[in-house]
Design a protein around this ligand. Sequence first.
Ligand SMILES: Cc1cc2nc3c(=O)[nH]c(=O)nc-3n(C[C@H](O)[C@H](O)[C@H](O)COP(=O)(O)OP(=O)(O)OC[C@H]3O[C@@H](n4cnc5c(N)ncnc54)[C@H](O)[C@@H]3O)c2cc1C
Length: 299
Amino acid sequence: MATGGIGRVYEYTTNSAIATGDGISMAYDMGADIKNLSYVQFHPTAFNNRHTRECFLISEAVRGEGAYLLNCHGERFMHNYDDRLELAPRDVVSHSIVHESRKQNSTEFYLDITHKDSEFLKNRFPMIYKNLLDQGFDLTKDRVPIFPCQHYLMGGINVDRNAQTKIRGMYAVGECSHTGVHGNNRLASNSLLEALVFSRQAANHIAANLDSVPDSFAEHVFETNEDKPLIPKGIRTEVRRIMQESAFVIPDKEAAVRGFERVKELRNLIHSENFCRNTDYVEANSLVTVAYLILREII
Ligand SMILES: Cc1cc2nc3c(=O)[nH]c(=O)nc-3n(C[C@H](O)[C@H](O)[C@H](O)COP(=O)(O)OP(=O)(O)OC[C@H]3O[C@@H](n4cnc5c(N)ncnc54)[C@H](O)[C@@H]3O)c2cc1C
C-alpha cells in the first residue's frame, strides 16, 4: 500500500483529491492493524479563501522571516499563547489560532509580512508571491487571509521496521503507513524522508524473502455491481462536515460522540445495501471508514 493520506475526510486540506484513505480503508477491511489514526497534523497558515477544498499552503518560512499573525482586529495575539510567538511549532500555532478564533468568535486571521523589503520577499518566496498574486493578494503589500487546515496523517496502517503489516505479504509505505517515527507531531520535511527509508526497507525485505513467497495467493474478486443502484448523494459532504466539527485541531468530544454514531449509521448503510461499486462508492466507503477510525479513538 502506498496510497497517501486522508486529507479529504476534512472540509479543508492541503492534500490533493486522491487523499481519501483508500489503502487504509482496504487494509482495515482485510484485518490489518490501523494505529493512531487520530494523529492528524493541521498546518496553521493555509491560504483561506474557503471556496476551494484544497488549500494552498503558505510555508512556515514566511513566519521564519518575520511575518506576524493577526486576528480579526488586526492585532498580534501569539504573546497570549506562547513565548515563541509566531515561531512556535505548527501544532502550537494551530491551537493558538483556534483558541483565539473562539475568543473573538471569528475565523478571520491574517499573515502580515508587509514590513519587510518587497524585493527581498519576491526573491525569497517567488512561488508563494506568484500564487497569492493569482488569488488577488500581493504579499509585499497585503495581509494574507489564513486559517489552519488538515495537512498530514501521522497514524495509518501499522508496520514494522521492514514496512510489513500484520497481513502476510502486505507492506505499507508513505503517508498511509504508521511507522511511529513521527509520534503525534511530525517535524516539517520528515515525511518524505520516512517514505524513502521505509520503501527501501520494504524493497530489501521483499528481495530477501522472494523464495518464501507462496505460488499462489487467495483470490479476491471485487464485484462492481454495475446494475445496482448508486449510493445516496451527500455522504462524503456529511462526513466532512462531521469531521470538521468534531475532530478539527482541538477535538470536540461531544460532537465526536454524535458524529461517531452517525458515521456508524453511514458505514452500516454502505455495507448493508447492494450498491454499484463505482469510484463514488469506493471513496465514500473510504472516507466513512477513516472517519469511523479517527472518531473511535477520540471518544
Ligand atoms: C502542500 C504539501 C506540502 C508538503 N511539503 C512537504 C515537505 O516539504 N516535506 C515533506 O517531507 N513532506 C511534505 N508534505 C507531505 C508529503 O508530501 C506527503 O506525505 C507525501 O507526498 C506522501 O507520499 P505518498 O507516496 O505516501 O502518497 P502520495 O504522494 O499521495 O501518493 C499516493 C498515490 O496513491 C494513489 N492512489 C490513492 N488511492 C488509490 C486507489 N484507490 N487506487 C490506485 N491508486 C491510488 C494516488 O493516485 C497517488 O498516486 C507536503 C504535503 C503537502 C500536501
